[in-house]
Design a protein around this ligand. Structure first.
Ligand SMILES: [Zn+2]
Length: 399
């Protein structure tokens, strides 16, 4: 019970941006003044909370505001994307205090990749100058499907050689830190909810644009996880019956027809890109995809290829938005910054006109406010959530 009350108090302090007095804490939490005094003393001694200014209100006793102490705890977030690995360090207030990015090794060697992650985490901790003893854990966001109970990544379509990898345990052993695993799109949606400001409220789909596509869902302010935490698999929605053959055996799946590999191949066939690009090499494909996006800025055939992509994605977003009566779509992921110029007014107008509840409320189209780090920030927030959350489902993940 003591721990529960402590969490309630920490959460109330976090929610009060300008700080909160002990008297106000008692009002907000319903706890006795004595309990507040004891618990806040403990939190101050533990370095999680600091005392701010004393303010005098009329003739009453002066009040001291309490704030989170940013250096009280740190969380590391790792986002494993098939092409790029992103690392962030967050302080207790959720602010990003350090980041790093590297190419995801293409070798079929998950153990080696995990060892590399542990090294990079150690470098990040050293370079940001944070106290290693105050790093409470690592959150890792990975492509699905994942087995959350066992902490295993199961054969993600775009990560060759990752059959059944016990990622949570392996990274825990390599770093000596507690590790929490979450699906990439869910981590991104939680990050928007946590740190996205006004656009993190209400009901929205986070649409992930990377080597694969995926959807994270927040409905009525709650992150949706599904019965096995694998919500958001949209890769096999058919968006073009004449499209490319997917590994599932059908044609024109959203995931396959959004792949940089397919778009680069279209660019090669149109004579826009050199014919000798090795389509089996993700790094080379990624570079060629960047060239295609640059060419598309000038218009012509390259632009037509990308606008067709936008139309296919619009169809999927339309269906999700109408199914769930959403407030907005938030686009993000490693390819968002390159694709953003093509997701302009045409897409917004299309989605608004196809949103069936439009006479009642608007459907917004926005980009992530958290940049390329959104998945990693979400993974790290998951760790911080454990410090603040009294939600039993979050506590369960900790077990
Ligand atoms: Zn498919």
């Amino acid at each position: 019970m003591g721990d529960f009350n402590q969490t309630v108090i920490l959460d109330a302090i976090r929610r009060s941006e300008a700080g909160i007095s002990r008297t106000a804490l008692a009002q907000v939490t319903g706890l006795s003044g004595q309990a507040i005094t004891n618990i806040t003393r403990r939190l101050i001694d533990a370095g999680l909370v600091s005392e701010g200014e004393r303010t005098v209100n009329g003739r009453g006793k002066p009040r001291t505001t309490l704030n989170l102490e940013p250096s009280g705890q740190y969380a590391i977030g790792v986002h494993l994307d098939p092409v790029v690995l992103t690392y962030v360090a967050l302080d207790l207030t959720g602010r990003t205090i350090g980041r790093a990015q590297q190419w995801t090794p293409t070798v079929r060697d998950p153990q080696g990749v995990v060892a590399g992650m542990a090294e990079e985490i150690a470098v990040l901790v050293r370079e940001t100058g944070i106290d290693r003893a105050r790093v409470v854990g690592v959150g890792i966001a990975a492509p699905g499907p994942i087995d959350i109970e066992r902490g295993i990544v199961i054969d993600p379509p775009n990560l060759a050689g990752w059959g059944q990898v016990p990622l949570r345990e392996a990274l825990g052993e390599a770093t000596g830190l507690p590790v929490l695993l979450d699906k990439d799109v869910t981590a991104a949606a939680s990050a928007e909810r946590w740190a996205g400001g006004a656009q993190g409220g209400g009901s929205f789909v986070f649409f992930y644009l990377g080597t694969g596509v995926g959807a994270g869902l927040v409905i009525g302010g709650q992150v949706m996880r599904g019965s096995s935490q694998n919500v958001g698999e949209i890769g096999h929605i058919t968006v073009d019956p004449d499209g490319p053959l997917c590994f599932c055996g059908r044609r024109g799946c959203l995931g396959e027809s959004s792949q940089p590999r397919y778009l680069v191949q279209r660019g090669i066939l149109a004579g826009l890109l050199p014919a000798d690009i090795d389509l089996a090499d993700p790094t080379r494909v990624e570079e060629a995809f960047g060239v295609l996006c640059e060419l598309a800025a000038a218009g012509g055939e390259a632009r037509a290829i990308l606008l067709e992509l936008v139309d296919r994605i619009a169809k999927a977003v339309e269906d999700i938005a109408n199914l769930l009566d959403l407030d907005r779509v938030i686009f993000g992921g490693p390819h968002w910054s390159r694709l953003r110029p093509f997701f302009g007014e045409r897409l917004k107008a299309t989605l608004r006109s196809r949103f069936l509840a439009r006479s009642i409320h608007q459907f917004e189209v926005v980009g992530t406010s958290l940049g390329e780090d959104v998945g990693a920030v979400g993974a790290a927030s998951l760790v911080l959530d454990h410090t603040f959350s009294t939600n039993p489902s979050v506590l369960l993940l900790n077990a």
